[in-house]
Design a protein around this ligand. Structure first.
Ligand code: GAL
Length: 808
């Protein structure tokens, strides 16, 4: 690559931006000042913000609490849930203080060479209704908190200090879940020449693929006269693969077709990524350079066959994810996202739906790298409201702009295989809604002709009648398992997607008796049973989806609600305080797997075996009482032993959906001791065994880090699972001890989470109670390398100690 002369460097106390390349991208992550409330004159350059709180961005001002039932308390009837009478919903948006106005300020310094350049301010999301000021002047505003947007601020910049001020306002009654608050995604300054590639102006597709060769089409919009574009493709190892030079432009656009021989295809199993380096020249002077990762892959959706990736029929084994990261709130965090995807990968999950809004860039980068198919969604509302202050306020003015930005900013990610223009929008009813669905779909098609569009539909009958479902590229059904056959017959596409499935509820490590299937079941402790038989009035248990997935070749997959618990929407306890987070997760809010994790894993992970026993075996007081034992396993049959006594062999059968996917011993009577399961292979031979035991009294705290060595960048996090064991090392599944955390050395204590949806303990405080014997502590690195010591203590218990290493 050609070297370009470096310009002057300027460093002062604020964020200094140096020119050493044709294009400079500076992420504004440090030196932010933050103040809650509507502060007069806060946009002005000479405003004194020295007393404001110093924060780094991404930042979520609400996650530090406190929880309060009055925060965004909503007196509503949730019509999507079949409610007619308004009732008071306390934890609907997490009971955290995300409402109100706040200001962020930052100063960045530019050398004089910046004058005359093109300068953009890029926001990857700002919650919400951002108003942006630079050097005392308003440069623009946006509305939807999940959108990516940028402003050309070339005319507002000055040599030296530049003062950026952002005002954010969050209304109450604006969300159905915890939205977070503040500059919760990255903010950057982009400085480039006037002759440069337009923001999000590049579109890479792979229209022709064979074993021998792939054609890579790269459309690049650029500004400036007499430009010449050299695009070079590199493989994942950094070797140059091919290159093309063009000076012909069609309007603003270069259209290059580049050959890649023996292409390595992108898939969830082999997430191979190439890199395209685009260099824009005028004469021999390099004016701009942009590097974009992409994958070579082919997607197809066909009647009766469904979805194929690179010619292979592939079902979506997907989960829906809200954007919050539990104890970290909505502030985007790549390490936490990577941990989520690592957990999901082991479960055999191959797809993510960003419900019900634009995914973070970080999540898409990880999906590309780690191999996940992605359904990128946009809206939860169009024109007809679900909540009083929802997106319907912005739809007419912003819907098109929001979609354009979503598509243009993310369309080069090979992981994205489908767009969604909406989730359960009330506009499913009526003619106007049909027109809106078509209008939105056409915007997606215009911006990206290569991917289909879906809508998650809950009003399936209405959409069959109105033509709404028929016009979509992909008919997505949310729940409604009883309507799949009818929808398949009525709709013309020849396949159905389970765009949202299950919504089974459970609390990690909590089991209720008697063991029966229930809808909207409530218990006095505000928990749900982990026998995984409880769902909502509109939803179902996982097994019913599995039947459809297995028996109907035209069902192209499912996206389970949800992969992880999230803040807000504490159904079935929407009206009961102090529930403040969801029970829907396959994993809890701390990222700890619930039993359901193993049910999905037993089906989805086809590379490793699964053998998991539930419930735990500490039932003092239940001696002699019926305590059913379930085994979630990839084997077809197994034998259960209680204290060495056989309870018989169970084999999966088609009697009921549960019998087909779970092994269940319904008549077991509890006696303390051991529960052992012996799994048999299809020849009746012993294949694997597992045993759990009744634990004695809590004795010692045990620490287990997901990563023992982390990077000394001040950002990296080790997630340490804390549990309590008895004298013999047996985990105590019902322990609720109050723990205290201390971190010393090259790291800091960041947060803790126990997964209890009713806990009002604050995540950032250095103490928390165990829930079902466990919790997770997040330890963050400093910028200096060295040992990090974590000590966890509790009254009456032997403490737990762990040394992590932080390296440069
Ligand atoms: C769906 C909705 C989700 C969530 C879920 C809970 O209807 O799309 O956002 O509310 O129900 O079951």
């Amino acid at each position: 690559m050609k070297k370009i002369p470096s310009f002057l460097l300027v460093f002062i106390a604020s964020t200094a931006i140096a020119f050493s390349q044709a294009r400079v991208v500076k992420v504004l992550d440090t030196h932010w000042k933050f103040q809650k409330g509507n502060v007069e004159d806060a946009f002005k350059t000479n405003f004194n913000d020295s007393k404001w709180e110093s924060v780094s961005v991404p930042h979520d001002w609400a996650i530090y609490g406190p929880f309060d039932k009055k925060n965004d308390m909503q007196t509503v009837a949730i019509s999507q849930n079949g409610e007619n009478t308004p009732t008071v919903k306390t934890g609907r948006t997490g009971a955290l203080p995300h409402m109100g106005t706040a200001w962020y300020r930052n100063t960045f310094t530019l050398p004089k060479e910046a004058k005359g350049k093109k300068v953009l301010l890029l926001f990857e999301g700002a919650m919400s209704e951002p108003q942006v000021y630079l050097n005392g002047k308003k440069v623009g505003e946006w509305a939807y908190g999940y959108s990516y947007f940028y402003f050309d601020v070339s005319q507002f910049i000055q040599e030296g200090d530049n003062t950026l001020a952002v005002k954010l306002s969050n209304k109450e009654f604006a969300s159905r879940w915890y939205p977070g608050a503040g500059l919760y995604r990255k903010v950057s300054v982009i400085i480039k020449n006037n002759e440069s590639i337009d923001q999000w102006g590049q579109f890479i597709t792979t229209p022709f693929i064979s074993n021998a060769v792939a054609k890579v089409n790269i459309k690049t919009k650029a500004s400036g006269e007499n430009t010449r574009l050299v695009t070079t493709i590199f493989d994942a190892e950094g070797h140059k693969v091919s290159a093309e030079e063009s000076s012909l432009r069609l309007g603003k656009e270069f259209d290059q077709n580049i050959k890649v021989e023996n292409p390595k295809l992108w898939s969830p199993e082999t997430p191979y990524l190439y890199k395209a380096v685009a260099q824009l020249y005028v004469g021999n002077e390099l004016k701009d350079e942009l590097t974009t990762r992409f994958g070579i892959r082919e997607i197809k959706y066909e009647a009766n066959k469904g979805f194929s990736l690179n010619g292979k029929v592939t079902k979506f084994k997907g989960v829906c994810l809200h954007h919050d990261l539990g104890p970290l709130g909505a502030a985007v965090n790549k390490v936490a996202l990577r941990r989520q995807l690592t957990i999901l990968k082991d479960m055999g999950c191959n797809a993510i739906r960003s419900s019900h809004n634009m995914p973070s860039f970080e999540q898409l980068e990880l999906a590309d790298e780690m191999g996940f198919l992605f359904l990128a969604e946009s809206f939860d509302e169009w024109v007809l409201p679900k909540v009083e202050n929802g997106y319907h306020r912005f739809f007419d003015e912003y819907a098109e702009k929001d979609i354009v930005n979503l598509v243009q900013a993310t369309r080069n990610h090979p992981s994205i295989v489908m767009w969604s223009s909406g989730n359960e929008v009330p506009d499913q009813w009526g003619e106007a809604g049909v027109k809106r669905a078509k209008w939105l779909q056409e915007i997606f098609h215009r911006e990206d002709p290569t991917r289909p569009v879906t809508v998650g539909m809950d009003q399936v009958k209405a959409t069959m009648e109105s033509g709404f479902g028929a016009l979509l590229d992909i008919p997505g059904l949310n729940y409604r398992v009883h309507l799949y056959d009818e929808a398949f017959k009525k709709f013309p596409q020849g396949f159905i997607l389970g765009s949202e499935t299950a919504s089974t509820v459970s609390s990690r490590g909590i089991y209720k008796f008697p063991v029966v299937q229930e809808k909207m079941k409530q218990y006095p402790d505000l928990q749900s049973s982990s026998y995984d038989l409880e769902a909502c009035s509109w939803s179902n248990v996982p097994d019913e989806d599995f039947v459809l997935q297995d028996d109907k070749p035209w069902v192209i997959g499912e996206f389970v609600w949800t992969g992880f618990d999230y803040l807000g929407e504490p159904t079935p306890y929407d009206e009961i305080w102090p529930s403040r987070s969801s029970y829907f997760g396959i994993n809890d809010l701390a990222g700890l797997p619930k039993d359901r994790y193993y049910l999905y894993r037993s089906r989805w992970n086809t590379k490793a075996t699964t053998l998991h026993i539930l419930p735990h075996w500490n039932w003092e007081g239940r001696e002699g009482q019926i305590t059913p034992v379930f085994v979630y396993t990839s084997y077809n049959s197994a034998e259960l032993f209680i204290n060495g006594k056989s309870m018989g062999v169970q084999t999966k059968n088609k009697n009921t959906p549960q019998n087909r996917y779970r092994l269940m011993w319904m008549d077991v009577k509890y006696e303390p001791g051991t529960v052992k399961v012996v799994a048999y292979d299809d020849n009746g031979k012993v294949a694997e065994e597992k045993e759990i035991r009744t634990a004695g009294k809590p004795y010692q705290i045990v620490l287990d880090a997901d990563r023992k060595t982390i990077t000394a960048d001040g950002e990296d996090i080790s997630f340490v699972t804390v549990s309590v064991v008895d004298k013999n090392g047996v985990p105590c599944p019902t322990a609720t001890n109050q723990l205290k955390f201390k971190v010393s050395g090259a790291g800091t204590y960041r947060a803790a989470c126990n997964g209890d949806a009713t806990s009002l303990e604050l995540f950032h405080k250095d103490t928390m109670k165990l829930f079902s014997g466990k919790l997770v502590v997040l330890v963050k690195s400093k910028t200096t390398a060295g040992d990090i010591k974590l000590e966890v203590t509790a009254d009456g218990l032997k403490s737990g100690k762990l040394t992590l290493t932080s390296t440069k």
